[in-house]
Structure formats: structure tokens, C-alpha cells
Write a protein that binds this ligand. Structure first.
Ligand code: ADE
Ligand code: ZN
Length: 346
């Protein structure tokens, strides 16, 4: 790729929207829009503690990660049947296609569902069918990453792994999410070691609210290939060097960080600092139905607030493909498409 041409500020949002990109950090349960929550509640006879869509939306005023998780797990309680999981993921893929997402790796939280008596088969078959249709109907390649809830025990994670093994071929990797502080990565050392033996790709949320020490142990104990969030790494110069040297991707989610009060405003987000330090940063939506925007909203709002330029846009989109778990040939095709987009953009 030749040097990236500078682009006038008024054309930058169009470039950000039209460039092909991969989304690597999206909790599919976090794509449940209030309208769909109410529709599924009615379909399944689930009683919600909010009387209207507007009342539910009004509750989306978070002060930290835990204040969000409480509402997010309540929202997921409307998911009962395979078709519900399909409908949720299909709605996400339609939005992703409109944002020119060409590849997506979806997190899902099986324990949120199995603890309510919903079968692992129901969860995975519904999500997998939506992934297959995303490829056939929308041209999006998609895969599933199963996350363990870190506020639960490692034993519970092992039981979840056992239940998921019959669906091994439908899961590309495992991750670690939920309340971070007080639940360090090393709590899950044994189950991640087992998943590594089984050939799963490994990722973990670390350094979202938690300290740089959690990013170190995600790397050195869990041996993850990517860090989800990781924005707290900027507090540790040695860790920044390590992440840059090993090309460990950070799946950063600016609107999530804003809504969960990790940064006071988007202008103070450290995305540019992480990029300038040579880290393999990507931009993602995390829980778009709760945080006010899908991936293109994350790009356009963050670029507007921080002064990032076309060169950064190219790097971020390219990183999203480089850091993805797709095969080398498909990766090359996506990067060629990205290059063509930048070469023809006027
Ligand atoms: N689960 C859903 N969204 C999450 C986030 N931002 N951090 C940790 N766990 C989550
Ligand atoms: Zn997340």
C-alpha cells in the first residue's frame, strides 16, 4: 500500500464508514436493542421490571462496569429459544453489514443462559445458524468466541467447557469477561491451559477497569493472543513495550469506555496514544445497544473528538484484519479490499 493520502475533515466520516473492517469485540447479548428485548419478552412470556422501552432506555445511565452488567444480564433473560439467539445475532449482522463490517468474531456468554436452564445446544445452534446466514446473505464471515464469566468460579468455567465440547467445531476461541476488578486472569489459569491444549484461540478482557497487572497475567499466565480493552496498559511503560514488541492486538471500545466512565470524555481517550506507541489497536463496539452506537459510530465519534486522521483509519482497519482469527488467504483478500477502498477514495 502506498502512503495514505490526507483527506479533508469533512470527507473523513465517509471514509470511516465505507472502509471494510473486522469487528473483534462485540458481545452478542450486548447487541439486544430495547425493542427486541420487549418483543422477545412478549413472545416468551417473560416479565420485565421495566414497563416500557423508554423506561428501559432511561436506565442506561451507567457509572461503572458493574452498574452496566446488572442491566445487561437482566436484558439477556428474554433469550429462551434457539430462534431468539438467531434473531438477536441476525439483527446484529444486518447492522454490521450497513457499517461495512466484512468479518465479525462474536463473544457469547453461555453461563448467563445455562444458569437459567437454557441448553447449550439452544444457544450455540441459534448463534451458529445466524453466522452461516451472515455469510450466505450478507457476505460477512463470522465466528463465535465463548466467554467465561470471571465473577463465577473456575470450576463453573470447566463445567461450561464440558457442555460446549460437542459444539467444538462451531467455536473458534474462548474469552474472559464480566466484572474485572477482584477477578484476575490467573483465577482461570487451569481452564485456559486446557482450552489451549484443545486448540482454541485465546483472548481475555484485561485492563478495562483493572490494573496493568491483569494485562501481564492475561499474557503470561493465560497466554492470550489478544487483549480485550487493555486501555489501562498506558499506565505501565514496560507493558506498552511488550504489547508493541509482540504485536498483541488491543480490541478497544471507545464508546463503551465513555459510557462506563473509564474516560471522562472521548477527547481524553488514549486511542491515539496507544497507536502512536506502535500498539496493534482495533476499534470495536463492545455492547452497541447499551453504549449508544455500533462500530461506525465508535469510529466517527472518536475521530471527531481526538483529531485522528486517514492514516490512523487505515492502520485501525488493517489491524482488525491482521488480528482476526481468519485464514491467511481470506485475510489477504480483505486487506486487498481495504487497499482498494483507500486508493479509490476521493
Ligand atoms: N460483558 C459484556 N460487556 C462487557 C464489558 N465491557 N466488560 C466485561 N464484561 C462484559
Ligand atoms: Zn467487552
Amino acid at each position: 500500500m502506498n502512503a495514505i493520502k490526507p483527506i479533508s475533515p469533512d470527507r473523513l466520516p465517509d471514509l470511516l464508514r465505507s472502509m471494510p473492517k473486522a469487528e473483534l469485540h462485540i458481545h452478542i447479548e450486548g447487541s439486544l436493542e430495547p425493542e427486541l428485548i420487549f418483543a422477545l419478552a412478549e413472545r416468551n412470556g417473560v416479565v420485565l421490571s421495566y414497563s416500557s422501552i423508554a423506561e428501559l432506555r432511561n436506565a442506561y445511565a451507567f457509572t461503572n462496569l458493574q452498574s452496566f452488567l446488572d442491566i445487561y444480564y437482566a436484558g439477556a433473560s428474554v433469550l429462551i429459544k434457539e430462534q431468539d439467539f438467531y434473531d438477536m445475532a441476525h439483527a446484529y449482522f444486518v447492522k454490521a453489514a450497513a457499517d461495512n463490517v466484512v468479518h465479525a468474531e462474536l463473544f457469547f456468554d453461555p453461563q448467563t443462559h445455562t444458569a437459567r436452564g437454557v441448553g447449550m445446544d439452544v444457544v450455540i445452534n441459534g448463534l451458529h445458524r445466524a453466522c452461516v446466514d451472515a455469510q450466505n446473505e450478507l457476505g460477512i464471515s463470522a465466528s463465535l468466541i465463548m466467554c467465561f464469566l470471571r465473577h463465577l468460579s473456575e470450576e463453573d468455567a470447566f463445567e461450561t467447557l464440558e457442555k460446549a465440547l460437542p459444539y467444538r467445531e462451531m467455536i473458534i476461541g474462548v474469552g474472559l469477561d464480566s466484572g474485572e476488578v477482584g477477578n484476575p486472569p490467573e483465577k482461570f489459569a487451569k481452564v485456559f491451559a486446557r482450552c489451549r491444549e484443545l486448540g482454541f484461540h485465546l483472548v481475555a478482557h484485561a485492563g478495562e477497569e483493572g490494573p496493568p497487572a491483569y494485562v501481564w497475567t492475561a499474557l503470561d499466565v493465560l497466554k492470550v493472543e489478544r487483549i480485550d480493552h487493555g486501555v489501562q496498559a498506558s499506565k505501565d511503560a514496560l507493558l506498552m513495550q511488550r504489547l508493541a514488541a509482540d504485536r498483541i492486538a488491543l480490541t478497544v471500545c471507545p464508546l463503551s469506555n465513555l459510557k462506563l466512565c473509564v474516560f471522562a470524555d472521548l477527547a481524553s481517550h488514549n486511542l491515539m496514544h496507544l497507536l502512536d506507541a506502535g500498539l496493534a489497536v482495533t476499534v470495536n463496539s463492545d455492547d452497541p445497544a447499551y453504549f449508544g452506537g455500533y462500530v461506525n459510530d465508535n469510529f466517527t465519534q472518536t475521530f471527531a473528538a481526538t483529531g485522528l486522521q486517514a492514516q490512523h483509519a487505515y492502520t485501525l482497519a488493517r489491524n482488525s484484519f491482521e488480528a482476526s482469527f481468519i485464514d491467511a488467504a481470506t485475510k489477504r483478500q480483505y486487506i486487498d479490499r481495504l487497499n482498494a477502498c483507500f486508493e479509490s477514495f476521493t
